[in-house]
Design a protein around this ligand. Sequence first.
Ligand SMILES: NC(=O)C1=CN([C@@H]2O[C@H](COP(=O)(O)OP(=O)(O)OC[C@H]3O[C@@H](n4cnc5c(N)ncnc54)[C@H](OP(=O)(O)O)[C@@H]3O)[C@@H](O)[C@H]2O)C=CC1
Ligand SMILES: N[C@@H](CC=O)C(=O)O
Ligand code: NA
Length: 820
Amino acid sequence: MRVLKFGGTSVGSADNIRQTASIIKSYQEKYDTTIVVVSAMSGITNALIEAGKKAAQQDETYKEIHTTIETKHLDTIRSLMEVSEQSSLIAQLKVQLNEIDELLHGIFLIKELSKRVLDMLQSYGERMSSLIIATYLTQEGCPAKAEDARKFIRTDQTFGAAKVNQSYTEDAIQTYFAGVDYTPIVTGFCASDHTGETTTLGRGGSDYTAAIIGGALEAEEIEIWTDVDGIMTTDPRIVKDAFSLDQISYEEAMELSHFGAKVIYPPTILPALEKKIPISIRNTFNPAYPGTMICEESGNEELPIKGISSIKEVHLLTLSGSGLIGIPGVSSRLFSALGNANINVILITQASSEHSITLAVLPEFAEDAEEAITNEFSAEIERGKVDIVHVEESLSVIAVVGENMKHTPGISGKFFSALGKNGINVAAIAQGSSELNISVVIKNSDLKKALNALHEKFFEQDLNTIHLYMIGAGLIGSTLLNQIRQQTEFLQNDQKLKIRLAGLANSKLMKLDEKGLDISLSKEELLKDAEPVDVAQFVDRVKAMNMRNSIIVDCTPTMAVVDHYEDILSNSISITTPNKLANSGSLADYKRYQKAANRRGVKFCYETNVGAGLPVISPLNDLKYSGDQILKIEGILSGTLSYIFNSFDGSVPFAEVVRTAQEKGFTEPDPRDDLNGMDVARKILILAREAGYALEPSDVDVENILPQSCLDAQTVDDFYAELESNADFFENRREQAANEGKVLRFIATLENGQASVNLEAVDQSHPFYHLSGSDNMIAFTTKRYLNEPLIIKGPGAGAEVTAAGVFAEVISIGNYLVNG
Ligand SMILES: NC(=O)C1=CN([C@@H]2O[C@H](COP(=O)(O)OP(=O)(O)OC[C@H]3O[C@@H](n4cnc5c(N)ncnc54)[C@H](OP(=O)(O)O)[C@@H]3O)[C@@H](O)[C@H]2O)C=CC1
Ligand SMILES: N[C@@H](CC=O)C(=O)O
Ligand code: NA
């Protein structure tokens, strides 16, 4: 025996009734007895209430509502049935519609809508729908009969939300349905008191009816047919990847429903729970889908968390003060005061210091709650023993629920790390010792981010999304975009990382889209119809979008983004950049960025600042962290200058060698930043700082190898012209070295805390003599690497290697954000 319940949408139109009827028919074929409970057609209960209220307010438009109710029912019948079959049903419906009219007229005359009358009025919704469905089913060859639940569900007289007399009702149901040989179509929601007066069962009433009948008849299953696929892991309107659960326990269902999942209302489960009858949630419009089974077992041990529910708007009230410490009875007074004021408390926390008690309530209760607490503790407040009640607004509650998290370490760790890494501040925490639910209070502007981050963490181990915002799409930026394009599939499969480009900007345009820009487009197409760039606004928009796992990539050669680094990091957004300007400015700024990142638990990565894609900064830090001491750093730190002096053998003029270096993508956007030694100076400064030396830019002694006229040139083209006219100057230096069997090398040195950058002539015995191409070479002499330095060598500039270095950091930040 099964009890099926169909909600308002399932019986809300002729088409939907046909669909519902086909499901009922298929059950008739499969099972001996099927009892069906129906709600009123969608919108009808509200229309009846509205008409009743209008009538009570002497507003004659109640009649129009009555007409709408009538039209909806009669139109449904006309569309459902053959003309020859319609008249008897329409006649029966008309009787009910007349009764409704009379009732409304009565309300109009006495100008009052009591709860008792309202129950009577509402009951017509189910009485009409059950009649239509039963008649239609019978006509379709499936014998059915409308059954009025007021005949067997007995309640007290709490109109609006009456309490069921269980034992009477159980007996009555058993007697009533003994030996039925048709399909009863029972009115949901309605009941009656001992005098026969109509009552209703309150919120979730039709589900409750189904559970009461299922419980009384010990049904093998109760099926709640609705318009969704079952109980979802979280709100699908906020989390696109939410999915329907196949099985959850009664307790989990109750916890989840309590916090917002509207599929089932907890008290309605009780009659089924007591008899251990499984309840399944099915979709009328997707009957092939098995839906969610609610039963004793939680099922699926792989999922420690079954759902994440939330309440969008709560207020947090805090009572604090020394007058609360060690005084028995404080909480009793607090909660009695709230109870007496009829306030429902959603969440309570008290730390063991007993200094404060915090509770969350729905906004509509906040004012009364504040007043009730203030009144109760007025004497203590006056004496300064207790502070005035502190109220915080614009907050949400999020709860993760799951039986399998009991005694499973690491769940709360995961929960809080997902929130923390995303910069979501937790205002209050509650977890009962049942370990079934961990609830936190957060700002409601963080709700969407939190639900998505948590859902991804607990339910989408298959794929985690990183939100990437790229500023600067020149040589490095566009190469990085290419690399991301090529690796997207591999990263999704291998690393379970999905990179979503949520923003892109260059020096002219910017575009942001939280759903992601189409990365398959070229950079020009990506920025088509984009708005004029404003980096401050770009950053503000990234902050406002408040997406989980956000990373900004600064691929510009300017201070435009650097000026916002502290703000970006302080907003829990990670940064990776090849741009050296941030770390080679003042020492105070260098420290500020590190501090901001550390404070927020996000990453600020800049390995490509030195040696491009070569690992230089990270091994240096490894040496330092493992207790080594950096005694000396010697390096060819400029790919450009390495290439220039490795290739400058007198066969082509110096200017041409520089031009080739630029064409190969080694130089800074303005090659003078390389040739004037500034690029190398920045790099040795960054290495010195990473090694623990507190140097300022002015502490680096830099040899400028450019004649003044080259420095003074207005444009890069003018600079090349000057370089050509100074060809002899460079050729002379080269020749002089060559005559001594030496080559020119631009070497950066850090020794005894002193940093310098010089063009030196080195002979064959020097490790830097044999370099080629754009190779960088860095030699670390340390306490452990004393006689033979630790050498890192390889191409230290160029689009591919640099972009790859930045890409590696995007992936490593991504993994840190999503995996901890
Ligand atoms: N080339 C290399 O081998 C290495 C480079 N680097 C560093 O990488 C960074 C990028 O270099 P690279 O790609 O060669 O430089 P490019 O000049 O090719 O590209 C710079 C990009 O930044 C954009 N940009 C410039 N100013 C602004 C601004 N104010 N606001 C927004 N966007 C701006 C440019 O816009 P637009 O397209 O409109 O001009 C361009 O897209 C530099 O910091 C460089 O030092 C680090 C290691 C190695
Ligand atoms: N222009 C730089 C690029 C890398 O930082 C160089 O030549 O090394
Ligand atoms: Na590097």
